[in-house]
Design a protein around this ligand. Sequence first.
Ligand code: G3I
Length: 403
Amino acid sequence: MSARRGVTNSRGAVAPGQMTRREFVRLAGFGAAAGLVPALAGCDSALGNSSWALRSATKTFLSAFQPLKAGAGDKNILFGAAAGQWALQADPAFATQIATHAGLLVPENELKWETVEPQPDTFNFTPGDWLADFATQHGQKFRGHTLVWHQQLPTWAGVGVTGAEAAQQLTNHIAKTVVHYAGRMHSWDVVNEAINPRDGRADYLRNTVWLQTIGPDYIDLAFRTAAAADPAAVLVYNDYGMEYDGSDADARRAGILQLLTRLKAAGTPVHALGIQAHLDPGITSFDAGKLVTFIRAVADLGLKIFITELDVIDQRLPADVATRDSEVAGVYAEFLGAALQDPAVTTVLTWGLSDRYTWLSNFRPRSDGLPVRPLPLDSSFQAKPALYAMLDAFQAAAPRPAS
Ligand code: G3I
C-alpha cells in the first residue's frame, strides 16, 4: 500500500495515516466508481452483500479531516463522546483523542446509581469528579448519565420498601447527585429506558422497581427533583430502539411519544429526548421517513433531541475490514443524514470514540472472534470512513442557532 494514505476529500486533503479514497474504494472489494451506483442499484445479491455496502462502498467523502467537535461546531451542533475514567487515566493517547474530538464528555458508568450511592445515603463522587475535572481541563462540557435506570442499581434500591420510602430513596439520590454537580452539568439523563411495550401496559411503561413501588409518577418526580437541584441543566429522557423500522420500533416510538406528551401536559420539566442510536444494520431495515416524522413530533412538543449513544453494531457485517468499515460508515451516513435534517437535533454523542474501548467488545462480540469496529476511530486511533461520514453529515446539516 502507498506510503501516502488518507481518505481524500473534495479539497484534496489526506488525513495522516489514512487510505486515499481510491484505495478505500478498491479495498472495499468492489472496484466500483460512483457512476456504477445506478447500474448496480437493486443488484445487492450480485455483490453478495446488503444495500448498506453498495451505498457506502461507492461513497466519496467531501470533508477534510478535522476533529469531530469542529465539524459539528461549524453548524452549532455539539459533538461529544462517552468514556470511562479508567481508560482515560491509563491511556494518555486515548485521553488526547477524547480531548481532540469531543466537545462534551459523558461518563460511561461512573455516574450510575451503583457507583454513586452504593450504600443508602453513602455517596461516592470520586470517579465522577475525576471526569468532571478532565472535562474542565480540556474545555469540554460535562454530561450526567444516568439518574434513574433499572440497571446498574445497588441491590438495596427500591427493595422491601413502601411507596413513600421508595420515593424518598429516589429523590434523595437525585437531589444529592444533581446538587453535587450543579453549575458544571450541561445535561442529565434523568430517566433512562423507562419504556418497554413488551411489558404489556397501555402506557408502555417498563415494569421496573420504581413503577412497582411509586407508580407511573416516579418519572415526573425524578424530573421535578432534578430541576429543583440544578435549574440550569438540560433534563433528558433517554431511550433506545426508536431508530429502525419494524413493529417493535413502531411500538417504542409510540410509547415514548405518549410518555413525553403526558410529561409535557403535566408541566414536568423535561427538556430533551435522548435517542441512544446503538445502530444494528444486521437486524432490520432503516426507514428515514419514520425517524424524521418521529423526531418532528417530539420537537413539536417543544423538546430538543440529542443523539446520545451512537455506534454501529458490526456483529453481522462481513469479516473483511475494508468492507466492514465501509458498511459501518454507510450506517452512520444514512442515520445522521436523516436525523440531522431536523434542527431540533442539536447534539450528537458517540458511545466511546475508538474501537480500542467499546462496550460492544463484551456485549456484542463477533462469532468469528474478530475485534469489533463500531466507532469513528480504529483501535490505533486512526480515522475510519465512519469519521468522514460523520463530518459529511455535519457539513450537510443546516446551521443551528448559536446557543
Ligand atoms: O465495575 C465492575 C468492576 O469492578 C469489575 O471488575 C468488572 C469485571 O467485568 O466489571 C465492572 O462492571 C462493569 C461495568 O460496565 C464497568 O466497566 C459491568 O460488568 C458491565 O456490565 C458494565 O457494562 C456497562 C453497561 O452499560 C451496563 O449495562 C457498559 O460499560 C456501558 O457501556 C453500558 O452503557 C449502556 C448505557 O448506560 C445505557 N444505554 C445502553 C448502553 C450500552 O449497554
